[in-house]
Ligand binder design. Sequence first.
Ligand SMILES: [Zn+2]
Length: 277
Amino acid sequence: MPSLCCGAALAPYADTPKVEVFRCRSCGTYAARFKQKRPEAPDSWRDPSITDNFLKALKYRRELQSELILTSLSDVFSRSPALDYACGQGDFLAQALARGIDCDGCELGIAEKDHLFKLTSAWTFPKNARRYETLLLLDVLEHHPDPGAFLRDLKSRGIKNLIIKVPLNTGPIALVSRALACIGRTSLLERLLLVDEPSPHLFFFSTEGLKNLVAREGFKFKGVLPLAEVGCELPQRLRREPTGVVRLFLSFAGWKLAALSTIWPDTAVLLFEASAA
Ligand SMILES: [Zn+2]
């Protein structure tokens, strides 16, 4: 079976009771095939390990990332109205609106309000009359079963600027998961693929794989913005928050990871522009 990113052959990479992972022989992107039926409700967010501190740490990191995206891509946002596709709780949208940026968001199963539109089913578009030339896919594309088909649809809808944020399988955290998978410890890899969540990651892209996939659908790569996925708040992001020396060590490790992220990021935003037809 060829990979969806490059068309190259896929090689078996990891096989656990929950998921089978394949790796593109050309770009290294992973494709995941899940063996279990997905839970229907997002129960993992009601798990006791999701503490207030965890949510605060996650919000803090997302806000930092959003500010960087809004600042670095201000020129793109000034060109046309933007749509934050599958915007979740609308945190990025709120930050964009606070900056006076013309932006809307859409999500499944939300209550509609100003600038926020409801999607009636997955991977459709909001039923409003606005035309968007800029589309944000922030931690979204890796959830699509056929991301190429979705990108093709975007092109036909007149999207000119694509801002795509994905976790990268070339970053330090993914490297640790790879080393552990080599000795048969696949739990970190499973966590990175969100195996127990209702909407897991079906792809875990390399930068090259994402560029290849998007280029195949008629968008030119314009630039990349590396982002830190964690920083000194790392201890609060763990399911069992450590104390004492371990906590100090992890804070330091998180701080180093954040410092390293400009040259070796765990996540990045890539900017693409539609090529002339
Ligand atoms: Zn590939």
